[in-house]
Design a protein around this ligand. Structure first.
Ligand code: DQA
Length: 151
């Protein structure tokens, strides 16, 4: 099983960026946590970050073409990007949306996600653990889909 963990804008700043909201863990710390769980689950992980919307579109399409699943923290693009939403639905890539913070406990403009309606589900508010939970969730989804595909 293959999972792409994709990170959007400003997540390269984690650790320094508003630590009262996002905590002190850096993105490499989160990658280590994800890889540790992935190893136990026998999942192969591609972990990436970009501040550019188009890169994220390319990577979602790439994951879909490989039959991989996606764990996506699209950062602020969550709330604005029709392009990311269309990439997920257009490539039929099974996607779990994740956020470090509980976006529903924050500003109103973070309550709407354009990605959630085309995602399998959403996990938010658990800090770096949101990613580990997201990995577990997409792992389960991919196993179930593989079983359903069997004759
Ligand atoms: C975030 C929440 C978004 O609203 C914000 O724009 C981010 C980070 C999170 O992980 O909590 O960049 O996706």
């Amino acid at each position: 099983i293959n999972v792409h963990v994709l990170n959007g804008p400003n997540l390269n700043l984690l650790g320094r960026r508003e630590p009262e909201v996002y905590g002190r863990h850096t993105l490499p710390d989160i990658e280590r946590m994800v890889r540790e769980r992935a190893e136990a689950l026998n999942v192969s992980v591609t972990f990436r970050q970009s501040n550019h919307e188009g890169h994220l579109v390319d990577w979602i399409q790439e994951a879909g073409a490989q039959g991989a699943g996606v764990v996506l923290n699209a950062g602020a693009y969550t709330h604005t990007s029709i392009a990311l939403r269309d990439a997920i639905s257009g490539s039929a890539t099974p996607t779990v949306e994740v956020h470090l913070s509980n976006v529903h406990a924050r500003e109103g403009f973070r309550h709407r996600s354009l990605i959630a309606p085309v995602s399998v589900g959403v996990i938010c508010g658990f800090g770096p653990r949101s990613y580990v939970l997201g990995l577990e969730a997409i792992h389960r989804v991919l196993i179930e889909r593989a079983q359903q595909a069997k004759p």
